[in-house]
Design a protein around this ligand. Structure first.
Ligand SMILES: [Zn+2]
Ligand SMILES: [Zn+2]
Length: 260
């Protein structure tokens, strides 16, 4: 905790003394340089219109035909997770580079300018109180704040909260992620929407289980149409075959990343 605080103070001092360094290529000059912004991989138009997963054509994917992401009207991601996007999001979350919320939030703004979604207010996916205390800030809230300021629409952080600290989802499949998220979120006491359209913001989305669970709490709080938008869309983990189970973690990592 002390080490983190010291590192944050040191970083703040360095930022004062030196110009920012690009989160992607580490060059001096910008938080995300033009070359690295150019290197981001947009998710594009060939997506499932409900869950936003990349497909070969604009459609409703097989999963959403039987299990649509209700109550979310839809989920969208701006770029694929990886490379510069992963470096920037990790620097924001884990290195406390809060200034990155501006260029990353502007990706959300640019996406909405090109692909308008209906909303009356913006709300971030909340962190559990323990995680918030540990990190000191909610990266989704910083992104949502940037968006709300640029778009001139209210930021609501008083709608839902994370009532259960969920275990890591990285190695869970789709069904397990859903089960892991049941009742993870709840409406905040006193949160009373009367059908306002809400845009739910997060940094990364994988299966969408977190956003969907958060959407359920928003619906319980009285939200009308709910859309979810995240900066980066990660590919869900590849299910492991039984023969892979005996491998060491390092070998498993190589196998999974080699296939991805
Ligand atoms: Zn760069
Ligand atoms: Zn879908």
């Amino acid at each position: 905790m002390l080490r983190q605080a010291l590192r944050r103070s040191r970083d703040a001092l360095l930022d004062l003394l030196f110009p920012p360094r690009c989160a992607g290529c580490r060059r001096l000059g910008a938080l995300l340089c033009p070359d690295c912004l150019q290197a981001l991989a947009p998710v594009g138009e060939a997506i499932c219109v409900r869950c936003g997963v990349a497909t070969t054509a604009r459609c409703t994917c097989i999963t959403c035909k039987s299990d649509p992401p209700d109550p979310l009207r839809g989920m969208r991601g701006v770029v694929f997770y990886g490379g510069v996007a992963a470096a920037a999001i990790q620097a924001l979350k884990y290195e406390g580079k809060k200034q990155l919320a501006a260029p990353l939030g502007d990706l959300l703004v640019a996406y909405l300018d090109a692909h308008p979604l209906p909303f009356d207010c913006v709300t971030p996916a909340p962190l559990h109180a323990n995680r918030l205390a540990e990190r000191g800030f909610n990266q989704a809230e910083l992104l949502a704040r940037r968006l709300s300021e640029v778009k001139g629409l209210p930021l609501r952080t008083d709608l839902v909260f994370r009532q259960r600290h969920t275990s890591q989802q990285v190695h869970l499949n789709r069904q397990e992620r859903r089960a892991n998220m049941i009742d993870a979120f709840a409406p905040q006491p006193g949160a009373a929407l009367s059908g306002e359209r809400v845009l739910l913001i997060d940094d990364v989305c994988t299966s969408g289980a977190t956003l969907r669970a958060c959407g359920q709490a928003l619906a319980a709080a009285g939200a009308g149409e709910i859309w979810a938008l995240c900066v980066a869309r990660a590919h869900p983990p590849i299910p492991l075959e039984p023969w892979q189970q005996g491998l060491t973690p390092a070998q498993l990592f190589m196998t999974v990343s080699g296939d991805a």
